[in-house]
Design a protein around this ligand. Structure first.
Ligand SMILES: Nc1ncnc2c1ncn2[C@@H]1O[C@H](COP(=O)(O)OP(=O)(O)OP(=O)(O)O)[C@@H](O)[C@H]1O
Length: 630
């Protein structure tokens, strides 16, 4: 697939710049051909990642311009099925082995009955011997190769990689780029951003696209870059890395203006081809040097003679579609051991390889495996619930039947709800932002749709969550001495679980939109108004203004506390023991009337909480959709 972009602009509008718009990409043009390994280079902050994100479609908000595939305007859904994006961060599913990660990818990305080549891919990428290693234990280079292997499962014709060599040592970097070159030689278009590669590494790339200050200052064959700069009166010193040289040039804004003007901001392609002009067997030292450039717009050839070198560059014109890919495909068939992998070009539009039902079951299975393999996490949670249950039990030991302890009964109810809320809200707020990045990558690469993922996410956490809450509830219930009836005990567990689900929904809604640093502050503090409303409602039960009343009703903590009070003191409970002369609240009905709770019921409060949970979970879903769409 030949990719082309015209007048591509990426504009950001941030709060820091007080709403002012800033152009990161300034109307650049360019063309990346199939069968070629393309490097997007430039100084830090030049807009390399922005360009890659814009061309791949990974970022669409603020991007304008024309994106073409094989000369035709591209269909975004179809293009997404034919391309993959590998992020700079190694985003891999934790707690799965390499083989399991490959199997999940194959099940999700290939239609039923599709041939799976996991073993061959792992063999080719040197990961077969590590197939039983967990993904989080792989080295940086292995993680990078696994990221590529996962996308190779359905063999897309276009690969985008953001800084695939960052964090890798020299040897691994060369191995990684050679692997990318091999993929390109099989007819794929492989585009990656790269940060000042060594000269030997730069040679491995077929095409270079250099960007500075959001403008294209060079586009063309790697081999033509130095001669071109020389022709512009900017000779690269001998023994100097050409990549360093062109990036050093960008320190001077004048050079950026001249070079981007000369390149017509990417409209021109500098091509070079070494051709031994007269005698093939003639030693290189005796060959005359001649450099020719031709752009799409230029009819006449420009010829530049260099006297200090002894070889001939000849340009056959602007490289035509397919010319490289066909020759390189032949090359690959002869040379590559991966020739069995035919590059897929999908014609299906916007559909996934598997049904939503299959996606749901595969994702649910993957999530359950990850939850149960996280033994340390499970033990910590279990011990935490038992310890907290015992501590609360000690604080309110055998107090539930004492008619003189009305305020302590209320403290117990509020304390229990705060426990259920905090325990469940913090985990998603802290952990989920990281998971969102991984899910975005998989969703963008067309592994699965958001709906089955979201359904699996909701269901997968339930068994562990319910078990832990029940363990906690049993300890508290019996230590505090609440009279046992099956209905009351079931309602006690149910209220705790529903509050947990609402809190988790709120945590997910926050975590899906905000990153972890913001989330840390937002998570706990967002509980405060809900708690405030709960307490406010009890203290001034008969003097609540209408607005406050509405807000109060939407406080899930208040609903939880009310449901807990009604569970402990409702269900036809006998009068409490009274050790004093007179106990005003010995009769549970008096307490319920005093708190103005006689018109509600446990079930009504649970239904209200379920409604609030639905709102939070919908917000999370919308938040994810928004994150993935921008
Ligand atoms: N979403 C965004 N919000 C604010 N600024 C942004 C955003 N995306 C990009 N930028 C800004 O655009 C410029 C280019 O960013 P980009 O990440 O594309 O640079 P880069 O060339 O990849 O840099 P590096 O090599 O350091 O990763 C930077 O100044 C960056 O701060």
């Amino acid at each position: 697939m030949d990719l082309e972009f015209r007048n591509l602009k990426y504009t950001i509008k941030s709060l820091i710049t007080k709403g002012k718009r800033r152009e990161v990409l300034k109307g650049v043009d360019g063309k990346f051909l199939s069968g070629q390994l393309v490097a997007i280079m430039g100084p830090s902050g030049a807009g390399k990642s922005s360009l890659l994100n814009a061309i791949s479609g990974y970022r669409s908000a603020g991007v304008t311009g024309d994106l073409l595939v094989n000369g035709e305007p591209r269909n975004e859904h179809q293009f997404q099925r034919s391309s993959c994006y590998i992020t700079q961060e190694d985003l891999l599913q934790p707690l799965l082995t390499v083989r399991e990660a490959m199997d999940v990818a194959a099940k999700l990305k290939l239609p039923k009955g599709g041939k799976v080549h996991s073993e061959e891919i792992l063999q080719e990428l040197g990961l077969l011997e590590h197939q039983h290693t967990k993904t989080d234990r792989l080295s940086g280079g292995q993680k990078k190769r696994l990221s590529i292997a996962l996308e190779l499962v359905n063999n897309p014709p276009v690969f985008f990689l953001d800084e695939p060599t960052s964090g890798l040592d020299t040897v691994t970097t060369v191995q990684c780029v050679k692997l990318l070159k091999q993929l390109a030689r099989q007819g794929r278009t492989v585009v990656c951003t790269i940060h000042q590669p060594a000269a030997s590494l730069l040679e491995l790339f077929d095409q270079v696209y250099v960007i500075a200050d959001g403008r294209c200052i060079y586009q063309g064959d790697t081999a033509a870059m130095v001669p071109y700069l020389q022709s512009m009166g900017l000779p690269c010193p001998r023994h100097h890395n050409p990549a360093d040289f062109i990036i050093e040039l960008t320190e001077n804004p004048e050079y950026i203006d001249i070079l981007s003007h000369e390149m017509m901001n990417g409209k021109i392609y500098k091509s070079a081809k070494v051709e031994r002009s007269s005698n093939q067997k003639e030693p290189a030292s005796t060959i005359e040097l001649k450099i020719c450039y031709q752009s799409e717009d230029e009819v006449a050839e420009r010829e530049i003679m260099l006297t200090n070198e002894k070889c001939t560059y000849k340009v056959p014109g602007y490289v035509q579609n397919g010319s490289i890919s066909s020759s390189s495909s032949q090359l690959s068939q002869m040379n590559s051991s991966m020739a069995w992998m035919k590059v897929q070009t999908s014609n299906e539009c916007g559909t996934y390889a598997t049904s939503y039902c299959t996606q749901f079951s595969i994702l649910l299975c993957r999530m359950m495996i990850q939850i149960f393999r996280n033994k340390q996490g499970l033990w910590i949670q279990l011990i935490h619930h038992i310890m907290c249950g015992i501590l609360i039990g000690i604080c309110f030991f055998n107090m539930a039947n004492d008619g003189t302890q009305m305020f302590n009964h209320l403290k117990l109810c509020v304390g229990l709800i705060i426990f259920f809320t905090y325990t469940q809200i913090m985990v998603p707020v802290l952990v989920y932002p990281q998971e969102v990045k991984l899910v975005k990558k998989e969703h963008f690469n067309h592994w699965y749709s958001l709906t089955p993922y979201y359904a699996a996410l909701t269901v997968s956490k339930l068994p562990v969550q319910v078990t832990l809450n029940v363990v906690f509830s049993i300890i508290v219930y019996f230590m505090t001495g609440v009279p046992f009836t099956v209905t009351r005990f079931m309602a006690f567990c149910l209220v705790g679980n529903v509050v947990s689900l609402v809190a988790e929904g709120m945590g997910l809604a926050v975590g899906s939109v905000f990153n972890v640093r913001n989330g840390c502050a937002i998570g706990p503090s967002s509980i405060a108004p809900f708690l405030g409303l709960a307490i406010y409602g009890f203290d001034f039960a008969h003097r609540i203004p209408l607005m406050m009343n509405i807000l109060m009703k939407t406080s899930f903590i208040r609903c939880g506390v009310v449901a807990m009070v009604l569970t402990i003191f409702g269900f036809g409970r006998e009068p409490l023991e009274c050790k004093d002369v007179y106990c005003h609240f010995a009769k549970p009905d008096v307490l319920i009337t005093y708190l103005d709770l006689e018109r509600t019921s446990v079930w009504l409060e649970i239904i209200t909480m379920l409604g609030i949970m639905f709102v939070f979970r919908s917000l999370c879903y919308i938040g994810l959709r928004w994150r993935f769409a921008t």
